[in-house]
Structures are given as C-alpha cells and as structure tokens.
Design a protein around this ligand. Structure first.
Ligand SMILES: [Zn+2]
Length: 222
C-alpha cells in the first residue's frame, strides 16, 4: 500500500480535524503544522518576518496571503519536517492554494510536494449537534456531551462530583453557523480544486474518534 507523507487536512470546523490530525501525526511520526500556531511562534521569535506579522495584526489587518504561504512553505521544507508533515488550516482559500501551487513548482520542492489532501467530511447538521451539545465541568475540566458522552448520573460530574456545568461562550448556534458559512464560502472551493488534481480523498467523519482514525489509517497507509 502506498504511503502518503505530505498531507493537507481539510474539514469544516467541528469535523474533528484537530483530534484526527494529532492522532495521525503521532502514527506517522511527523509534526502537525498549523498556520495559526506558526504565526504566533514567529511573532514570539522577534524575527524580521515576526515583526512584519505583528505589525499587520496590531494594525487590525488580516495577515497577507503571501506571508502565510511564505511561512508555511518555510516550515514544510524545514529539516525537522523532512520526512513529512500534516498541514492543518492551510491552504484555506483558492487564493492561498494557487500561490502555494506555484511555490511547489520550484526545484526545492522536488520530491516534497503535498501528496494527499484528506477531507474529513461531515454534514452541517451533525456538526451543529456535536458542538451545541457539549458542556464541561469547570472544576476538573472534563468534557461531556448531551448525547454522545453524558454524565453517568444526570447533573453530576463523573470525575469530581461537581454539579455545575458550563458551555463555551462561542458554542452558540449563531457562532457555529457563521463559522460554517465562512468555511463553505472560502475553504470548500478547495474540494473540487484538489479533486481535479487527483489529490483529494474523502473520509466520512461521522462516528467515533477510533472509527474515523482507523479509516484515515487505511487511506494514508500508516
Ligand atoms: Zn468535574
């Protein structure tokens, strides 16, 4: 079975992409590279690029596409990612993908091009149910879900016996619907884009974490 080593992870917010990315990175023995983390890290280093990013963010602007592509490709080619990587959150638009495509034509990317775009496919209704049902015990941090992981005794935390629970402030229907809309408009066009290039494979993201990660294992070869 052919193995894939340079993977772009795609999927709507709430698809379990973060969890699956972490499991896959561990199985493959590679790093997960997240655009958001890279931006924050680069700012902390105080490099020229970091200063450029900080200025941009402080001015309330979106970080430019060129800059994000530069930062991500630099990471893809870094010695610690020589054996592969998982890219989470990049590219997130056709604009980014097209610039990235040109960069990958350069000789330094010979043998190091992205070889799989893995789409974790989950219907919007499922995402809404998954996100809107989750709640947490603030005293011990345990997460629960109304339907998928209820407390053993109603209203009592399994771990610490706490009786008060909280929901994340951004786990509202309005926020989730708006994040899904952004995904459908900006990121989902990448699906036909990568399908045309023969790079895209879909995995059904409904079901348990273990079931989904088994399916991913088969596709990726790890
Ligand atoms: Zn608790």
């Amino acid at each position: 079975m052919a193995r894939h080593n340079r993977i772009v992870l795609l999927g709507p917010p709430g698809s379990g992409k973060g969890t699956q990315g972490a499991i896959l990175a561990q199985n493959m023995g590679v790093h997960e590279i997240s655009a958001g983390d890279l931006l924050r890290t680069e700012v902390k280093t105080g490099s020229n690029l970091g200063k450029e990013i900080a200025e941009c963010i402080n001015a309330g602007h979106l970080v430019s596409t060129d800059l994000i592509v530069r930062l991500m490709t630099q990471a893809f080619l870094a010695p610690e990612n020589e054996n592969g990587f998982i890219s989470d959150g990049f590219p997130r638009s056709i604009e980014q993908a097209e610039i990235f495509e040109k960069v990958q034509q350069q000789t330094e990317f010979t043998g190091k091009k992205v070889d799989l775009v893995l789409l974790i496919d989950v219907p919007d209704s499922y995402i809404l149910e998954r996100i809107l049902g989750r709640f947490q015990c603030p005293s011990c941090g345990t997460f629960y879900h109304d339907k998928f992981k209820p407390t053993k005794v109603a209203g009592v935390c399994d771990i610490c016996g706490g009786k008060e629970f909280a929901k994340r402030a951004d786990d509202t229907e309005e926020t989730v619907v708006s994040r899904l809309r952004v995904y459908r408009e900006a990121t989902a066009p990448l699906i036909p884009y990568y399908e045309k290039q023969g790079l895209l494979v879909r995995v059904d993201g409904t079901g348990s974490i273990d079931a989904v990660s088994e399916k991913i294992k088969e596709i990726v070869g790890y």
